[in-house]
Design a protein around this ligand. Structure first.
Ligand SMILES: [Mg+2]
Length: 354
C-alpha cells in the first residue's frame, strides 16, 4: 500500500478568548493540515501549528519541510512498513518537529483507516474518558479570580496557572485564585523557564509554606539548564515537571540519567509525532517517571492524535488537553469531544474524523 501524494493546506483558527501568558497573547493560530493519500484511495489527516517561540517552526517553514525533504523521503513508500516509514520521516531533515508531527499523525490516521481500527487501538489501547485540566490566562488578580470561578463552574477541578515572573504578583494571583476556588481545586503551575535555580527554589519553598493545593511545578528554569533543574528538584518538596527541556527521546535519556525531574510533559509538536512521543513515554516508564500529555495552542486534529496516544500508553497518566477547547468552531466532524473536564474520541477508524 503505497503513499501516492502528500498535500499541505493552510488555515487560520480564531480563539474564543485571548490566551495570555506573561510573554505573549494569542488570539489566532496558524495551522498546516496535511493530507496523505494512499493508492487504495484512503486519505490520512494530520496537522501542526506554527510555534516559533517554542520549537522554532513557522507556517511557511513547516510547509517547505513537508513539500520538500519529507515528501521526497516518503512518496511511493509502503504504508505497511509503518515503523520503517516513520524512521524515514524522522531522518528526512533535521529539526522541524512540528512538520514531522503533522505527517506522523497523517500516517497513523491513514493506517488506522486501512486497518479499520481507531488509532488508540493500533497503539494498543482502549477507548476511555480522560480528565483534562484548564489553563487560566494571566491577567490582573481579580480577572483571574473570575475566570477561575467560571472554569470551575464549567466542571474543571484542576486549573493550570502560569507563573515564573514577578514573585509578588505571582503570589497575589495564586492567592486570589485559591481564595476563589478553595482547596478542592488542584493547581498546576507552569513557570515556562522563567526563573533561575535559586529564584525557583525561593519561590517554591515559600509556596510550600502556604496552604495551597499545588500538584507540581512545570519547567521552572531554562530548557538547556539541566543542572539548575536538578538543583531545584533537590531543594524543594513539590514535584518538578520538565516541558521545554524534553523534545526528543535522547533528551529524556539525559534527564533520566541526571535524575532531575519527577514528571515529563510530552507534546506531539515537540516530539515530532506519535511514534517518538511514545518512545519518550517508554523511556520514562522504565525510569519510573510518569508522563503528562500536553499540547501547544493547537488544532483539534493534532489534539485528537494526542488523546489517542494518551488512551494507549499506560505511562501517560496526567492530561493537559484543553487547547482545542479554546478554538472557535473548526468545521470538523468527529475526533475528540469534551463534556466539562472529560475528553473522549469516537470509535471510528483512524483519528475518527469524517
Ligand atoms: Mg509548559
Amino acid at each position: 500500500m503505497k503513499i501516492t501524494d502528500i498535500v499541505c493546506e493552510k488555515r487560520t483558527v480564531s480563539l474564543k478568548r485571548p490566551f495570555k501568558t506573561a510573554v505573549r497573547t494569542v488570539e489566532t493560530i496558524e495551522v498546516m493540515d496535511v493530507r496523505l493519500q494512499t493508492e487504495d484511495g484512503n486519505e490520512g489527516l494530520g496537522s501542526a501549528t506554527a510555534t516559533l517561540q517554542v520549537t522554532g517552526d513557522s507556517l511557511d517553514g513547516m510547509i517547505a519541510a513537508v513539500e520538500g525533504p519529507i515528501k521526497d523521503a516518503l512518496l511511493y513508500e509502503d504504508m505497511n512498513k509503518r515503523n520503517d516509514l516513520l524512521l524515514k520521516l524522522e531522518k528526512s531533515c533535521i529539526n522541524n518537529s512540528n512538520a514531522k508531527a503533522a505527517v506522523d499523525i497523517a500516517i497513523h490516521d491513514a493506517f488506522g483507516k486501512q486497518c479499520n481500527l481507531p488509532v488508540y487501538r493500533l497503539l494498543g489501547g482502549e477507548r476511555d474518558v480522560l480528565e483534562t485540566d484548564m489553563t487560566v490566562s494571566i491577567n490582573d488578580p481579580a480577572t483571574m479570580q473570575d475566570e477561575a470561578v467560571a472554569r470551575v463552574e464549567e466542571g474543571f477541578d484542576v486549573l493550570k496557572l502560569k507563573v515564573g515572573h514577578e514573585e509578588k504578583e505571582d503570589f497575589q494571583r495564586l492567592l486570589k485564585v485559591k481564595e476563589a476556588v478553595g482547596d478542592n481545586v488542584r493547581l498546576r503551575l507552569d513557570a515556562n523557564q522563567g526563573w533561575n535555580g535559586k529564584q525557583a527554589v525561593h519561590f517554591i519553598n515559600r509556596l510550600e509554606k502556604e496552604d495551597i493545593n499545588v500538584e507540581f511545578i512545570e519547567q521552572p528554569v531554562p530548557a538547556h539548564d539541566l543542572k539548575a533543574l536538578k538543583y531545584v528538584r533537590d531543594h524543594v518538596h513539590l514535584p518538578i515537571m520538565a516541558d521545554e527541556s524534553v523534545f526528543s527521546p535522547s533528551e529524556v535519556l539525559r534527564l533520566v540519567e541526571m535524575e532531575c525531574v519527577d514528571y515529563v510533559n510530552i507534546k506531539l509538536m515537540k516530539a515530532g509525532g506519535l511514534r517518538r512521543a511514545g518512545q519518550i513515554a517508554d523511556i520514562c516508564e522504565s525510569a519510573g517517571i510518569p508522563c503528562m500529555i500536553g499540547s501547544m495552542m493547537e488544532s483539534t486534529v493534532s489534539g485528537t492524535a494526542a488523546v489517542h496516544l494518551a488512551m494507549a500508553h499506560p505511562n501517560i497518566k496526567i492530561y493537559d488537553l484543553d487547547a482545542p477547547l479554546w478554538m472557535k468552531d473548526e468545521g470538523l466532524k468527529g475526533g475528540m469531544s469534551y463534556e466539562g473536564r472529560e475528553v473522549t474520541v469516537t470509535d471510528l477508524p483512524g483519528l475518527g474524523f469524517y
